[in-house]
Design a protein around this ligand. Structure first.
Ligand code: NDP
Length: 685
């Protein structure tokens, strides 16, 4: 969309496999900096029940037919295609008020989240359609009845209602785990910046990488959409607490127990440690971080620092340092290179922030910035939603309310003093639950006290200090691998967090039954499921030939004292339990000299390996190794190796095979158990 066009373009929604306009002209969306019309938005006439049905009936099954690895590959291809078109997104992003750096967070941060989930999905999930959760639970003495938890994708649609501040990241950070889980989505961007989301969804659909309707888009109101959600759907919401509460208590959501994830207001804090006075590296880092968080996206970040909690003795120096730094922030047209901070998203949003500053002023005095008279280096200070950074100081935060309750969603923070670490923790908690708090200290005792003190009130806590200054990702960046969300006021939701985020779109089910059937249902061999020994060594079988439950029971080997001494001298591991009979006897676990655990593992490999070149390409590790019974000279070892899990890689000539390995002694007692991890060729070649 060209912001300079005479008549703004009418945004379209993508529902039921077609791009469609609302029946009315709709609301005009204005460029945040110039006030020029950018687009018109309206969704009147859309059949939302049909959109949900389309997702459930058409896209859901298509996604669920794909394995986790296929979905991960789809995310990667999508991310690559979007990255190739990023210039187009950057060009349009300026209209939202975002500088180049702000847009980078939104656009490349969002695409980066897709990449990250693609790679995590391939590495951390199996190449199958069911996920097992935890270990097998034995439920009978004779091993004929056990249980295992599985996760399968919900069969509904994930409705994502997003905020105006991150039109790209806000969509992609939710889509990545949703699609990886195997669920389709309907994205509803906030109207104010929906034109950028619309452009990105258009490009996503054009790639053809997504099953039809896996992502639908609603530009404008959601109409009666929520009336039709049911227990297989998920609704996520990011925005104001008022709207969030309203949606959370929507009758269809309450009646059908629809999973509802909410990310709303958050009075995030940053605490300067008692040790981090002026002159210390931590003080400098703290000033930089607070100023950066106040000005990035003009403070319109759900993770921005709203409350700056500092030792009373250092508050004057802190305000002076912040004042100096914030005073240099060039406010103006986001497209200008010299500009460091752009406008807020809309004039309405500026009025909203000014009103919230007035609320804060009930408790605090203004010490930096004037919200009523914007000073800009470019642009029209009245036509654009410009607002310089505003810093307040609240001298008695323990007795204050507004500073802990009011979120001014702009470049606004309040400094508040504390005297003891306990007091700092209490002040942080007054936020009643936040997305993130950061603690700046170089004292491990202070770090422990503050972090453990505030953790129950947060989804994420960042420790800033000199040791991580260069590598730190910062206070305000939610990361794909880390939990994003917070309890209480922050909405009580949880997003991202790597595979934790994927599981929000899946149902966890405890499946009970005979091990053989559990094995068939989950695609993972479990103890007691029975096994196949057809005479051929399983290492001779290609991935195509190998089956879950293929088993090898090896010949035996007796361990001698000479073996133990040889191993000790050869490796240098002459720990007394292997070398000194008397000392070993004094050890509460042993009745004399014992074999090294690693000798047992080595002998086991010697017993189960098939030496000739073949489909098994490499052993890349072991998991869950445990030594359970001591092995004494004269004991005889035997190995049972069972194919437990097969994961063919897509776009490769091999895959991973996990083997259950159990080493027993002459009495049948298990001396060691572990999973052997191998790479196996798909064909014998
Ligand atoms: P809103 O809560 O008004 O809107 C958030 C999203 O909900 C938008 O997509 C909006 O769509 C949608 N929405 C609003 N009403 C309904 C409804 N009845 N049914 C379905 N969807 C609905 O928040 P804003 O974006 O206007 O921001 C207002 C304030 O929220 C900010 O000033 C800030 O304080 C806070 N906020 C907090 C964030 C956080 O993560 N902590 C993020 C963003 C904002 P539409 O735009 O079309 O109305």
């Amino acid at each position: 969309m060209n912001a300079m066009a005479d008549r703004p373009r009418r945004l379209e929604s993508y529902v039921g496999g077609v791009w469609t306009r609302g029946a009315k002209d709709g609301v005009v969306l204005l460029d945040a900096a110039t006030g020029a019309p950018v687009a018109l938005i309206d969704s009147t006439g859309i059949d939302f029940a049909a959109a949900l049905a389309y997702g459930r009936e058409k896209s859901g099954p298509a996604l669920r037919r794909m394995s986790f690895h296929q979905r991960a590959a789809m995310l990667k291809a999508l991310a690559q295609a979007l990255m190739e078109r990023k210039d187009e997104f950057y060009a349009l992003s300026t209209a939202t008020g975002a500088t180049r750096t702000d847009s980078w967070i939104d656009i490349e941060g969002g695409i980066g989240t897709l990449f990250s989930y693609a790679s995590k999905g391939r590495r951390e999930l199996p190449n199958s359609r069911v996920l097992v959760d935890g270990e097998v639970e034995a439920l009978s003495r004779d091993g004929t009845f056990s249980a295992r938890h599985i996760l399968t994708p919900l069969e509904g649609v994930a409705v994502h209602i997003n905020a105006f501040n991150f039109p790209c990241w806000g969509m992609l950070e939710k889509l990545a785990p949703t699609l990886l889980a195997g669920m389709p989505a309907i994205v509803k961007p906030a109207s104010q910046t929906a034109y950028l989301t619309e452009l990105m969804v258009r490009r996503m659909v054009e790639t053809g990488f997504l099953p039809e309707g896996a992502v639908q888009l609603v530009c404008g109101s959601t109409g009666d959409l929520l009336d039709h959600v049911d227990g297989q759907d998920v609704v996520t919401f990011t925005g104001s607490a008022v709207t969030g509460r309203k949606l959370k208590t929507h009758p269809a959501i309450v009646e059908n127990s629809v999973r509802f994830t909410m990310e709303a207001d958050s009075l995030n804090a940053a605490v300067l440690g008692l040790d981090a006075g002026p002159g210390t590296e931590e003080f400098e880092l703290f000033v930089k971080e607070v100023a950066r968080e106040m000005t990035a996206k003009a403070g319109q970040k759900c993770t921005a620092i709203r409350r700056v909690i500092a030792p009373r003795a250092h508050c004057d120096a802190l305000i002076a340092a912040l004042g100096e730094r914030l005073g240099k922030v060039a406010l103006g047209n986001p497209g200008d290179e010299s500009v460091k901070m752009g406008p807020l998203a809309s004039l309405g949003q500026r009025e909203e922030v000014r009103a919230r500053i007035r609320d804060l002023a009930a408790d605090a005095e203004l010490v930096v910035g004037d919200p009523s008279r914007p000073l800009v280096v470019s642009g029209d200070p009245e036509a654009g939603a410009f607002l310089n950074p505003v810093l307040l100081y609240c001298d008695r935060p323990g007795a204050a309310r507004a500073v802990h309750d009011v979120e001014a969603f702009g470049p606004v923070s309040t400094v508040m003093p504390y005297d003891t670490a306990d007091e700092a923790v209490e002040l942080v908690k007054r936020g009643k639950g936040s997305l993130v708090t950061s603690v700046f200290t170089n004292d491990s005792r202070i770090a422990e006290e503050l972090v453990l003190g505030v953790a129950p009130f947060h989804g994420r806590v960042m420790i800033g200090n000199r040791l991580s200054a260069k590598s730190s990702t910062g206070h305000g960046s939610p990361l794909p691998g880390l939990v994003h969300g917070g309890p209480g006021r922050a909405g009580g939701g949880e997003e991202l967090g790597g595979m934790r985020g994927v599981k929000h779109y899946m149902q966890r089910t405890a499946v009970q039954g005979a091990p053989a059937l559990l094995s068939a249902v989950t695609g993972r061999w479990v103890e007691g499921a029975g096994a196949r020994t057809d005479g051929e060594h399983p290492f001779r079988k290609s991935l195509a030939e190998l089956r879950i439950g293929d088993q090898l029971v090896t010949a035996t080997r007796t361990v001698t004292l000479a073996d133990i001494e040889h191993f000790a001298n050869f490796t240098g591991d002459t720990f007394y339990a292997h070398m000194d009979e008397e000392a070993a006897r004094a050890n509460p676990f042993f009745d004399g000299r014992v074999a090294h655990g690693y000798l047992i593992v080595s002998f086991a490999a010697g017993l189960f390996v098939d030496p000739a070149p073949g489909p098994v390409l490499a052993n890349y590790g072991v998991d869950n190794l445990r030594f359970l019974t001591p092995v004494y000279p004269g004991d005889t070892l035997q190995v049972r190796l069972t194919c437990k899990e097969i994961n063919p890689r897509i776009n490769a000539e091999h895959g991973e095979v996990r083997w259950d390995c159990r080493v027993t002694n002459q009495t049948g007692a298990t001396v060691a158990e572990y999973d052997v991890l191998t790479m196996v060729a798909k064909t014998r070649g």
